[in-house]
Design a protein around this ligand. Structure first.
Ligand code: URA
Length: 226
């Protein structure tokens, strides 16, 4: 079955998207531009998460960015807006980036999984952590983003992002503060997910979590600039 791409994208990108998304087309060439990638995402059927999501949420930022940040998956607000990290976790990320002296507009921000996985509780959509199968299915897109951008440094924010980037479970606390060579080029760094700050019960815990993320982002920004 061939999926139809949305009509607000160029015909060439839409055709490429339909080709990429064809059922069983795992061997298809990856998209050649960020535009084609964005179009392909909207018709992606590599796992079932598209069914309950409003739209796929691709990365945002300049194609020449030396630093790529990878989160888990879009949240409720990102799913509606079609952009990554625009909700509460995004505000924490913005604050951490400001403190780290790393301008968000010079950084490419994306997620390991591009559709919002959630449970419905009445009208509320409650975040559900993506499984390893979904991370693996969506890695095709993350790898495509990496191939197009070739960032010097990739920061995996949280365990799901680390699984997407490093292809194996990578505990965050034990691996912070170091850079690891990545298959396919560049270096990988881990930090806590910004929502860790939101979930910390005490003010002191929130401040500590934020300080850790700031330190890791500063490290990654300087590494990418070097
Ligand atoms: N959390 C994420 O991991 N990514 C987003 O885009 C928003 C919240």
């Amino acid at each position: 079955m061939t999926m139809r791409a949305p009509s607000n994208i160029s015909t060439r990108a839409a055709r490429a998207a339909e080709r990429i998304s064809r059922d069983g087309a795992w061997g298809e060439d990856p998209p050649a531009t960020l535009e084609a990638l964005g179009a392909g995402l909207q018709v992606c059927r590599r796992c079932d998460l598209w069914r309950a999501a409003t739209q796929a949420v691709g990365g945002a930022g300049p194609s020449g960015a030396a630093l790529m940040l990878v989160g888990e998956q879009p949240g409720d607000q990102e799913d509606l807006a079609g952009a990554p990290f625009v909700g509460p976790a995004g505000r924490v990320l913005d604050r951490a980036l400001r403190k780290a002296g790393a301008p968000r507009e010079e950084i490419y921000v994306t997620n390991a999984v591009k559709h919002f996985k959630h449970d419905l509780r009445g009208k509320r959509r409650l975040h559900k952590t993506p499984g390893a199968g979904e991370v693996s299915a969506c890695r095709w897109w993350l790898d495509a983003e990496r191939r197009l951008l070739r960032p010097k440094v990739i920061v995996a924010m949280g365990a799901t992002a680390a699984l997407g980037v490093f292809r194996r479970p990578t505990p965050i606390g034990a691996n912070r503060g170091r850079a690891f060579p990545l298959d396919g080029g560049g270096q990988g760094v881990v930090t806590f997910h910004p929502s860790f700050v939101l979930r910390a019960p005490e003010e002191a815990g929130k401040a500590e979590a934020l300080a850790a993320i700031v330190a890791d982002l500063k490290f990654a920004w300087e590494l990418a600039a070097g």
